[in-house]
Design a protein around this ligand. Structure first.
Ligand SMILES: Nc1ncnc2c1ncn2[C@@H]1O[C@H](COP(=O)(O)OP(=O)(O)OP(=O)(O)O)[C@@H](O)[C@H]1O
Length: 347
């Protein structure tokens, strides 16, 4: 993942430069998504650039509404970007037609937050895994059953014979998410997009499910985009992190580097172990940044100016270090290859 690698010169097109490019790299270039409902527009993604290299885990971190799920939906082809380009290896997947989308889905699978609603309540465990094997890999029923049982071993839905005929309501939350993961890895995808895969699970089993995801990427060399509010799990699991605020990447880099030494005021707030400069408002009362939410602490006049003009740093209305410059221009990501921050403020 590197901002500088996402330049126009390296856009994947059907030309000879493709030969040198890794086959299964996901690349987003200047990807934006604007939702327009009646008279209101929401910028859910703004000029997002990043790559996911084969076998890597990239975490997307941000509070609710920062645009994480929007990016997941764009990457998996559920939605199309308003601007920008998404490529997968040498394949431009920005605007796929339905038939192409079906082929793409073999390569890019999604694991959802709520395993219960992701599963058909009528389908047995075995059928849920057999179906993608037949659909995407064209296996015979017998082949698919055999492979499905192997996959059940991989995700530890064992003893297999005790689980094959069970339906989702007969499984625990953790077992259901293991089944969703089994179904996702069945077509042997190159990339899994996991949208808060453990947030609805009991705290006691979250680590096991995350370890399973890590083991799968290691043994199958899959890439994973891990979407989360949780900085600690991102630090443990991910190789690289992207911190999103209102659709903008405000900080990115190697996960250890960024999460041990967060530079952006927003990232600092999100990381619970970092002292919170917003903890008290001027009146001394807590402004409330719990549950991954960041309080608005900027003087109302400044906040109103930035919000009204729509220019400037997206975080300015909430930033305690806001300066004049922040009101008129958007800071670009800058720094080393391992760690980049979009902020004018320097300690
Ligand atoms: N279909 C839509 N129509 C209009 N606005 C939308 C739509 N989908 C998302 N948004 C808006 O886009 C912004 C980003 O939403 P998104 O769901 O991507 O955030 P998120 O970081 O995934 O949040 P959460 O952690 O709560 O899932 C939000 O302001 C949201 O209200």
């Amino acid at each position: 993942m590197n901002q500088s690698r996402g330049t126009a010169q390296t856009v994947a097109t059907k030309d000879s430069t493709l030969a040198a490019r890794p086959d299964r790299m996901l690349r987003l270039e200047h990807v934006s998504k604007v939702y327009t409902n009646r008279d209101r527009s929401t910028v859910a993604a703004s000029h997002v650039n990043f790559t996911v290299e084969p076998g890597k885990i990239v975490a997307l971190i941000g509070e609710s509404g920062s645009g994480k799920t929007t990016l997941a939906r764009l990457i998996t082809g559920i939605e199309r970007p308003t601007n920008g380009r998404i490529t997968f290896g040498n394949w431009d997947v920005t605007n796929l037609r339905p038939r192409q989308l079906r082929s793409y889905r073999k390569h890019v699978q999604m694991v959802f937050q709520d395993p219960f609603s992701a599963l058909n309540p009528q389908n047995t465990v075995l059928y849920s895994i057999v179906r993608p094997l037949r659909k995407h890999l064209g296996m015979s029923e017998a082949e698919a059953r055999k492979r499905a049982m192997e996959i059940m071993e991989t995700v530890r839905l064992t003893p297999v014979e005790q689980f094959v005929h069970k339906k989702p309501h007969q499984l625990s939350g953790g077992q259901r998410q293991r089944l969703v993961i089994a179904r996702a890895i069945a077509p042997e995808p190159d990339l899994i997009v996991a949208d808060e895969p453990v947030s609805m699970l009991d705290v006691s089993i979250r680590a096991d499910v995350l370890e399973l995801i890590n083991e799968i990427r290691r043994t199958r060399n899959m890439s994973v985009i891990y979407i989360t509010h949780d900085m600690l799990s991102a630090r443990v699991l991910a190789d690289e992190v992207l911190v999103l605020y209102r659709g903008h990447i405000v900080e990115q880099g190697d996960s250890e580097e960024v999460l041990q030494n967060p530079q952006h005021p927003y990232t600092r707030l999100l990381f619970a172990s970092v002292p919170n400069p917003f903890e008290r408002s001027a009146s001394g009362t807590r402004k409330g940044d719990g549950e991954g939410e960041v309080a608005d602490v900027t003087p109302p006049k400044i906040a109103a100016t930035t919000l009204r003009t729509g220019v400037g740093c997206p975080f300015a209305p909430r930033c305690p270090y806001v300066m004049d410059q922040c009101m008129t221009s958007v800071p670009a990501l800058a720094g080393s290859e391992a760690h980049q921050t979009a902020c004018f403020w320097k300690e």
